[in-house]
Design a protein around this ligand. Structure first.
Ligand code: NG1
Ligand code: ZN
Length: 530
């Protein structure tokens, strides 16, 4: 039977070579690349089963370790609507990844039975990978897994994570777009060009944008886009040339966490710079002043910029019955939350770290804007919102119609499946252009509280349990009491500690009125954790 083939195939080609337990976490499986081949092969098997459980709809597999350094790699599954794998399947994936080669056939059979997969159905799996040198080998293992259960793999080669999500969505819902790289550019870049036709550059907006590509796939794709782009003057850096290492000293995570510019770029004062991460799903902006002081415009800044603009568009269309909400995590700067509540007066909700939680919460609004502070986020438009705006674009009075038509282009510009650095870049640029703003004017919306993130290595990070969207530590109880005590010493102090879902560490976050106080509070809480 085909299952015997799977079993033999695994033994011969992708045997389990490590006994280290591996877990499907917030970012799928992620570890040293040399420990992953059997995991990826098995995820190929699982993707076929999942596709059949979903009536033969296409499932995605992305080979990437995002902002991690080159020796790591990972794999994530994408569900038919282009969203992350349903949470209940994460434990199934974990089980399958960890069984011995001897138990593989039995486990596959059990999953098929429990999930009632009709193995007679066709199955389709889209596979994408980032630029790591270990990715082609892992993508091949993924395809082998798909073939072993008689599914049909389609390999897209090197693409950004959000591009793969987009392809999967389009394949299963052709009203969303065409599931090819060209289809992606046509929709996203096409929408940007339409917007720019409606809104020529004005005021203090300067169409010149510098980009830090993290030496990964995002920069490479922007290079392709740049060829046909006259509306923006892109200056691209860190494109992964000879000797330039992925994510090393550059990229969105480096810029956000170290609060310093990436290597590989020099720029004039006040030049707007966008920094993307290794697989092109995160983006942050920054600029330096004449004294080389850095001003960071992170995910919270992008969320507030987008939400405030959507609010304007809703008003201009007179779409009064459309609800707008923002979703943040504990890492959101307190000043951004205050701005949302007090100035924008938009509802804001907190969820646990990890994009799937934000995505889920954002769906409860007619329009939901979600961003992690690290620059991973997007906007979700409900059918109700889309229908309403569409109707106004045809039936509203002339001003309303015009606003609604512009709004429709903004919806097209958005990759709703997942946070997308390229889509977000064009959204930010379109809004800055619409407002005639420089990055300095964007920065003036509110002042961030100085903040600091630290990593603490502990013997067993799982002893720390959290509650209230990870803002409170429920176990050990003494730890939260200690944090309360430390925080109370500082003006506008806030701090929390949580075990990372992607690294074997505890993350400590602190913010306070001054840089010195934020640093001190973080250090004190880290000491308490340790
Ligand atoms: P962990 O390691 O659980 O903090 C990190 C990021 C998340 C998310 C995931 C997946 C921070 C503080 N945490 O999770 O936001 O992006 O990686 O990549 O940035
Ligand atoms: Zn990423």
């Amino acid at each position: 039977s085909s299952l015997r083939v799977v079993y033999a195939f695994a033994r011969e080609m992708h045997p389990k070579t490590s006994d280290v337990f591996i877990e499907y976490g917030t970012a799928g499986f992620r570890t040293k690349a040399n420990l992953l081949e059997h995991v990826v092969y098995r995820m190929g098997l699982l993707a076929v089963i999942r596709s059949r459980v979903k009536n033969g709809r296409t499932i995605g597999m992305m080979i990437t370790a995002s902002h991690n350094l080159e020796p790591d790699n990972g794999v994530k599954l994408v569900d038919p609507d282009g969203e992350m794998l349903e949470e209940s399947w994460e434990s199934i994936a974990t089980t399958l990844a960890n069984v011995s080669d001897n138990d593989l056939e039995k486990t596959v059979q059990e999953i098929i039975a429990t999930e009632k997969a009709d193995m007679a159905l066709k199955a389709s799996v889209f596979i994408g990978m980032d630029t790591r040198y270990t990715s082609p080998r892992l993508a091949a293992a993924a395809a082998n897994g798909v073939i072993a259960l008689k599914g049909t793999p389609k390999e897209f080669g090197i693409v950004t994570t959000p591009m793969l999500h987009f392809f999967v969505k389009c394949r299963n819902d052709n009203t969303y777009g065409t599931p090819t790289e060209e289809g992606y550019y046509e929709k996203i870049v096409g929408a940007f060009k339409n917007i720019r036709k409606r809104l020529p550059a004005r005021g203090d907006y300067n169409p010149r944008l510098y980009v830090d590509g993290a030496n990964g796939v995002g920069g490479k794709k922007l290079k392709a886009i740049k060829k046909n782009l006259t509306e923006l003057e892109l200056e691209l850096f860190n494109l992964g040339g000879v000797g330039e290492k992925l994510n090393l000293g550059c990229g969105a995570d480096h810029v956000k966490v170290t609060q310093s510019p990436p290597k590989g770029i020099t720029h004039p004062p006040f030049q707007r710079v966008a920094s993307v991460d290794g697989d092109g799903d995160r983006i942050v902006y920054y600029y330096l002043d004449e004294q080389q002081k850095m001003y960071l415009l992170d995910g919270d800044r992008i969320a507030t910029l987008i939400a405030s603009y959507i609010q304007e568009l809703l008003q201009a269309c007179n779409a009064t019955d459309i609800s707008l909400g923002i979703v943040q995590t504990a890492y959101a700067n307190g000043a951004s939350t205050k701005y949302i509540q007090e100035t924008l007066k938009v509802p804001v909700e907190f969820v646990k770290t990890g994009v799937k939680h934000l995505h889920h919460a954002a769906k409860t609004y007619d329009i939901g804007v979600y961003f992690e502070a690290n620059g991973h986020g997007t906007v979700l438009y409900s059918d109700k919102a889309k229908k309403t705006i569409n109707r106004i674009s045809q039936e509203g009075d002339p001003t309303e119609r015009k606003a609604a038509q512009l709004f429709l282009d903004f919806i097209d510009l958005t990759n709703e499946t997942v946070g997308d650095a390229i889509s977000d870049l064009f959204i930010v640029e379109a809004i800055l252009c619409a407002r005639g703003w420089s990055a300095v004017q964007w920065m003036e919306l509110y002042d961030d509280l100085p903040c600091r993130q630290l990593k603490v290595t502990v013997k067993d990070r799982s002893v720390i349990k959290t509650t209230d969207a990870e803002r409170i530590c429920s176990e050990p109880e003494e730890l939260q009491l200690k944090i309360n005590e430390l925080v109370a010493k500082y003006t506008n102090g806030r701090s929390f500690a949580r075990p990372s879902g992607t690294e074997d560490i505890v993350r400590v976050y602190a913010e306070a009125e001054t840089r010195q106080q934020a640093d001190l509070l973080a250090a004190e809480v880290a000491q308490a954790v340790f």
